[in-house]
Ligand binder design. Structure first.
Ligand code: K7E
Ligand code: CUA
Length: 658
């Protein structure tokens, strides 16, 4: 059954790509299950903690999933690019601004690549970044509170896919456009031109977003690139620190039926970007400031934890044809997808999804070739290096459809093979396959905690499989994606666990729990609450009318609201419930839900203030209540608002316990 399924997958995909793939034997390692001690290896006893946190992008759900490893337990979901009723993110007045863009308020996103911040090439547990593909954006999530703290929009981009990859000291987060779009020099604004004029008019950009010590993001510069599709990226490290590598496909510059028209060239390119040099040029004021309106939204902790939006009008654009030495093209077979730099920083591996080998470039050879101007020619003014001059080696027989590679820090690389549904382990120095294991089915990315850093924890590997089929109980046409945990501590890989994931987690990142746990915020100090509408004690609660705006300053504590009886609200009013949770205890949020509110509930953390806006449309008495079961008397945690007709003269009044 499995073999059959794999075969049909293989043949349909081979037919689609019209490639003469050679069918190859599948290994039987790990077929259908695992050894008897697998259960022991993933068992985390009740009350004990997992050794690693895994951060999984939610793909088209726009959020980030937090999983424990090795248990595979889903521990938390962090709302990032999509509104989330679970805590009111994107609905509350405090968080709405996070989802503002130049296209207006966008309540959804497609998130692909989480990336942990690094210091000295190692994950440091401060932040995790994540890209949004559809409306180009990058988010920064603070691991002290597991909340999205900042989102920056990327101008002059259309499909922010090759993102959000960090440099070894988180100097920059990079972001490259997947879709090229028509752009004129001097103004990169999207233009009204015939799609047929692709070759003439379409261009791409690669952006470098500077990250300050506090985590604030700003676009330092963009590099204007030929109109290819930029796909994935990773920064150099060690000797290659200062460089970033971006795969591209569609060097054919096709604008229709890409599955055929962008699969013609034998080689596409990895763009090697000398970002240190580019940053120097930018600092010297080189390049041009060009219109590039974009939003930067951030939670302002100085002012009540309320999200603010800042609109930036211009961006610096560097032209690699005029500024020498910032971009080189490395020819790479064949529509490469992933590009990954090994922990020593010497080798650059590409996943050529239509290629029959994994090419591994040598950074040292690349440097020599640049020094000796050993070029094969140029492509739209950008020097192209010679494949043979920069090649460290080719991994033969790497499985069909190689996509992504991670590393164990012990000299081995692990590559997913999408079409043949396997993980292939190979020796980096020798470029030789040393082990392979079947996965179920069709892996995209894979993740080893720290596996793209200088210091991987080479104990576990997670395979992020695209196709689930028969792995779980059937749930209709839609199946959650499947992840699989593989033990890579020994010579042979061993399959330990299947666990389902939400949305489409393209990529994930993992980090030792110890690096994150110690920084946890447990609640917000009520004395430090600087929200302009905070209410720090029940005595200060009030209801204030200002024209047709009514502000309710409300508190919560187990198990009542103050006030819980409110009168004098009228149809047509805009009512703002500013709810402050007075609790000073870990894990005691209170929720607030208002009947008929066209938003969602809000979930207020201890010491925090959140605001729900409600516009009553009907006369009557409307209940509100706490949504989170907070005590034995949670069901008693409720109240009423009386809504009178628009022209009535019911005075404002409010009380609790009278
Ligand atoms: Cu799914 Cu990184 Cu968007 Cu490959 S990408 S699988
Ligand atoms: Cu407060 Cu339930």
């Amino acid at each position: 059954m499995n073999k059959l399924l794999k075969k049909s997958l293989l043949w349909s995909l081979a037919a689609i790509t019209a490639m003469g793939f050679i069918s190859m034997g599948c290994s039987s390692n790990g077929e259908f299950g695992s050894s008897s001690d697998a259960a022991q290896k993933v068992y985390v006893a009740p009350g004990e903690h997992d050794e690693f946190y895994g951060f999984f992008s939610g793909g088209y759900n726009g959020q980030m999933g937090v999983y424990g490893l090795p248990s595979g337990r889903h521990i938390f979901t962090i709302p990032v690019f999509s509104q989330a009723p679970v805590n009111g993110y994107g609905f509350s007045e405090e968080t709405k601004a996070m989802l503002q863009t130049t296209d207006g308020f966008i309540p959804w996103g497609d998130a692909h690549h989480p990336e942990l911040s690094q210091t000295d090439g190692e994950t440091d547990g401060r932040w995790v970044f994540m890209n949004e593909n559809n409306t180009p954006r990058v988010a920064r999530i603070g691991l002290d509170e597991f909340k999205t703290q900042e989102i920056i929009e990327i101008p002059n981009s259309a499909g922010n896919h090759a993102s959000s990859f960090v440099t070894p000291n988180t100097e920059y987060v990079s972001a490259a456009t997947r879709f090229s779009i028509p752009m004129k020099e001097g103004s990169l604004e999207n233009m009204d031109v015939s799609i047929d004029s692709y070759k003439e008019n379409f261009k791409g950009t690669i952006s470098f977003i500077k990250v300050s010590d506090e985590g604030h993001m700003s676009i330092d510069f963009q590099i204007m690139m030929p109109g290819f599709n930029y796909d994935l990226s990773h920064a150099g490290k060690g000797p290659s620190d200062g460089w970033s590598f971006f795969t591209s496909y569609n060097s054919e510059e096709a604008n229709t039926l890409l599955e055929i028209n962008a699969s013609k060239n034998d080689k596409d390119y990895i763009a090697a970007i000398n970002w240190k040099k580019a940053a120097e040029y930018a600092k010297q004021g080189k390049g041009e400031m060009i219109p590039g309106k974009h939003y930067r939204n951030y939670i302002d902790h100085e002012e009540g934890g309320i999200a603010k939006s800042e609109v930036i009008e211009e961006v610096r654009v560097l032209d690699p044809r005029k500024l020498e030495g910032i971009v080189y093209f490395l020819p790479t077979p064949k529509s490469p997808h992933g590009v990954d730099v090994d922990p020593t920083g010497q080798y650059i591996a590409a996943g050529g999804k239509l290629s029959t080998v994994i090419p591994v470039h040598s950074f040292a050879k690349m440097q020599d070739a640049i020094e000796n101007e050993d070029f094969a020619g140029e492509e739209q003014g950008i020097p192209v290096l010679k494949y043979d001059s920069i090649l460290h080696g080719e991994v033969e027989n790497p499985g069909l459809g190689p996509l992504h590679t991670e590393f164990d820090g012990k000299g081995n690389a692990y590559t997913t093979a999408f079409i043949s549904s396997e993980i292939v382990k190979w020796n980096i120095e020798k470029t030789e396959v040393v082990d392979r294991i079947d996965v179920y089915y069709s892996p995209g990315h894979l993740m080893i905690p720290g596996g793209d850093s200088e210091n991987p924890d080479g104990k576990y590997l997670v395979s992020l499989n695209k196709i689930t089929k028969d792995r779980y109980l059937p749930t209709g046409p839609e199946l959650f994606h499947s992840a699989q945990l593989i033990d890579i501590s020994g010579e042979k890989m061993e399959l330990l666990l299947d666990f389902p994931t939400e949305g489409e987690p393209h990529y994930a990142q993992g980090i030792a729990a110890e690096k994150v746990k110690k920084n946890q915020k447990r609640f917000y100090e009520i004395d430090d609450n600087n929200h302009p509408h905070a209410t720090k004690s029940e005595k200060e609660t009030k209801v204030v009318r200002d024209g047709n705006e009514v502000h309710v300053y409300m508190t919560t504590i187990r198990s009542h609201f103050t006030p819980d009886n409110i009168e004098g609200i009228k149809v047509g009013d805009e009512v703002y419930f500013h709810v402050t949770n007075l609790e000073q205890d870990w894990d005691v949020p209170h929720g607030f839900a208002m009947k008929g509110a066209n938003t969602s509930e809000i979930l207020v953390m201890p010491g925090e203030t959140l605001t729900l806006k409600w516009q009553p449309k009907k006369v009557g008495v409307f209940p509100f209540y706490c949504t989170d079961f907070c005590s034995a008397l949670h069901q008693e945690m409720q109240g009423y608002v009386r809504v009178s007709p628009e022209n009535s003269d019911t005075p404002i009044s409010y009380s609790t316990g009278q």
